[in-house]
Design a protein around this ligand. Structure first.
Ligand code: MN
Length: 150
């Protein structure tokens, strides 16, 4: 994507000439109703700034990886699992996710949740939880309820 000095905001959480990448809910895919827009990338600083949006009732992938995330909530509100905590988030909140920490985003009922996420362009692949990981997470009833969308 060519860098432009100003890329106007559309008013509907789209940015001019930025492709909307819609994830397909295929088979065992551990996410639901998520779109992604890559807003900025520059090999010189090895950074990527993305905007993700989770539709009402959807959720981001439950995953962990070595790289950390800086996430700024830009639209709506919801909850996020960070490690062993389920936290409420509102528009403009900043969420820091350390490396190797399980995380997942879920919008509040009936609204979308949109957030900016900065990552290193060269990052390790996300790991998905195995059965033992899920059982460990579910031992905490608050986390089990979160994972069940309650
Ligand atoms: Mn992640």
């Amino acid at each position: 994507m060519k860098t432009k000095a100003v890329r106007p905001f559309s008013g509907d959480f789209r940015w001019q000439d930025v492709e909307l990448l819609r994830y397909k809910d295929a088979g065992a895919a551990p996410f639901k109703d998520v779109t992604r827009q890559v807003l900025f990338e520059d090999p010189a600083i090895a950074a990527q700034l993305r905007y993700f949006e989770v539709s009402p009732g959807g959720y981001s992938t439950l995953e962990r990886h070595q790289h950390a995330h800086a996430v700024l909530i830009l639209r709506g509100r919801g909850r996020v699992l960070v490690g062993e905590e389920v936290l409420s988030v509102e528009t403009n909140d900043l969420v820091s996710i350390p490396g190797m920490c399980w995380h997942q985003f879920r919008p509040a009922a009936g609204e979308p949740l949109g957030f900016l996420c900065m990552v290193n362009a060269e990052r390790d692949k996300p790991q998905l939880p195995g059965e033992a990981d899920l059982a460990g997470l579910r031992r905490d009833p608050r986390i089990a309820a979160f994972l069940d969308g309650q």
